[in-house]
Design a protein around this ligand. Structure first.
Ligand SMILES: [Fe+2]
Ligand SMILES: [Fe+2]
Length: 286
């Protein structure tokens, strides 16, 4: 029997589609018969994307010392994961618009998502993993379920938002669960699989509030991506403009899995703040 979240996703007619460049990159990355040349030519046919890719390749975020002039060079230097990040950021950012009657501001949610993306990537990079860019991609879309729910269940989401205006101290997802019967994380995981994202990405999005529930069966090394989004989500709340300025400590279990000593957090946060400003400035994302 389909869960309530599956029913919602099943009846939503206008599930946002990913641009073909993101889909094609997925196919190249997963060796699905697509060639790198195809990806390069898709980017070249999209002037705004070409501009952003070249700016990124020449930005300090990627620390390139040489002048990158062509899409091909950029793809070879940055790698397909990074190109996929920028294509995602450019396309997914457009979905975060509007304001749900003052209870959920989409621009704030987009800035939170970008912060989470930068923080998750920084933490994965800190531990020296080669999959750091995956943290960026999943961070960008970890709360996409909220966008879908605001579009399709506005009254219920207003009720959730109002609970917070009235001082509810529970987590947003707990109130969603009570009011709606499922959470934005359930919906996000389903959207990610509709987008044919790899399984670890779908799980990281589905379990971003409960990383211990991933399929790693307690082997946290298998669920690092989910833990990085869980911790990135907490850190991004410390960094957002609406935040109190206090460091919102990620759950100690996530820091342990990611190999981050609590003493290293202030420096890491400073770096994340710089990276965030860099990304915003380079990509004109605001
Ligand atoms: Fe969330
Ligand atoms: Fe979040």
């Amino acid at each position: 029997m389909a869960s309530k979240a599956e029913e919602l996703v099943g009846r939503v007619k206008d599930i946002p589609t990913l641009p073909s460049v993101v889909t094609q990159i997925n196919r190249v990355l997963h060796d699905d018969g697509e060639s790198l040349e195809t990806v390069i030519s898709i980017i070249e046919k999209d002037p705004p994307l070409t501009t952003k890719v070249l700016r990124l390749a020449n930005s300090s975020y990627y620390g390139m010392s040489r002048d990158v002039r062509t899409v091909k060079e950029a793809v070879l230097i940055l790698g397909l994961n990074a190109i996929q990040s920028i294509a995602m950021a450019v396309s997914v950012g457009k979905l975060f618009s509007g304001d749900l009657n003052g209870v959920l501001n989409m621009k704030d949610l987009w800035m939170h998502s970008l912060h989470c993306a930068v923080a998750s990537k920084a933490m994965l990079r800190h531990m020296g993993t080669v999959v750091a860019e995956e943290g960026f991609i999943c961070g960008l879309v970890h709360d996409i379920g909220k966008v879908i729910m605001v579009m399709n269940l506005p009254d219920e989401m207003k009720k959730v938002g109002r609970a917070f205006l009235e001082g509810d101290t529970r987590s947003w997802w707990e109130v969603e669960q009570e009011v709606i019967g499922f959470t934005h994380a359930d919906v996000g995981g389903l959207i990610a699989s509709r987008w044919n994202f790899p399984k670890p990405y779908c799980e990281a999005i589905e379990y971003h509030h409960w990383p211990e529930k991933g399929s790693g069966n307690g082997d946290s090394s298998k669920d690092r991506l989910a833990y990085s989004i869980f911790a990135g989500d907490a850190l991004s709340r410390s960094l957002s403009e609406n935040g109190t300025g206090e460091i919102q400590q990620p759950d100690p279990s996530s820091l342990q899995v990611l190999g981050i000593e609590p003493e290293a957090l202030p420096d890491l946060l400073e770096k994340v703040g710089e990276d965030f400003q860099n990304v915003i400035a380079t990509w004109d994302l605001e």
